[in-house]
Ligand binder design. Sequence first.
Ligand code: PMP
Length: 362
Amino acid sequence: MSDRRHNFNAGPAALPLEVLQQAQEQFVNYGGAGMSIMEMSHRSGIYEQLNNETQALMRELLNIPDHYHVLFLQGGASTQFAMVPLNLLTGGRVAAYVETGSWASKALKEAKLIGETAIVATSKPDEYRRMPDLTNLVLPEGAAYVHMTSNETIQGTQFKSFPDTGSVPLVADMSSDIMSRPLDISKFGLIYAGAQKNLGPSGVTVVIIRDDLASGAPEHVPTMLRYDTHVKNESLYNTPPTFSVYMVNLVLKWIKAKGGVAAIEKANAEKAALIYDEIDRSGGFYRGFAHPESRSPMNITFRIADEALEPLFVKESEKEGFVGLKGHRSVGGLRASAYNAVPYESCKALAEFMADFRRRHG
Ligand code: PMP
């Protein structure tokens, strides 16, 4: 469809066109029910089936073992920043945080409101341009968990591997790279992700939690903020974000049809390479923000050596049909978010636009 933009928004972000069209077809009358999915009770058989199927698709695509639960919650990843320590930081223990950028820092800030924390690795001295090496992580005695951010959306950095934290549960915020690559779920105690980048629209947050971690919340933790509430009720304790879950369902089927996460990972690498290659061959006209070994295929952050050209870059790009290339207000510069649903053609068009802009202004 020619009126679709090249959408590089950081989130909410591009959704697959096929998914949008399918939702459009089913919008007014879902599955012959004579109403839309949004107008149905979340206690209806149809919705329950959708809820179960979406959980099953998550399990299948990420190869999630049986002793984990998949939850669909609300409140965004930002609520998980609090829910994780509320449920897991118990018994006067210490929560270990890996400090890698804007989002890891926000998660840490929230945990400090709830209990004792320790920073066990940081890339702050590197201006968060690289992910710290976690191979010899030293944890405080009796740490409650280790928290890390797999992909820093604002800095454009990504962990390429995950540490072995032994008996201490590893908790990961995967908001900006979940479903972009295969994972060994058994390394993690808990994974959470807002849906609005790789999974669907905003409004639903996916939590993957190992069974033994779901029931440790102290008594004073309110019902809605307890993982055990949602585990016991299969994410149907209260009214769930039904339309968002429905959209996630369609996106997961789209990923499956593409060949699953391994195929998606390969496609993402090819897409990101188009843009990083243009940065690298620009002779210093463009400068990547992240160190090459920590570069994220999801969020490609860069500057123009002559920073005064950046507003012009954004303005010209918008005229050419690109959206979302202005960097986050906290770090400036430029950012292209090339999530799962961003087509190869959009990345190719962006690399060509960048080369053309360089020739005209270099
Ligand atoms: N963590 C990461 C890595 C993110 O990118 C974001 C959102 N951009 C958040 C957390 C916060 O998510 P939400 O807006 O869903 O609370």
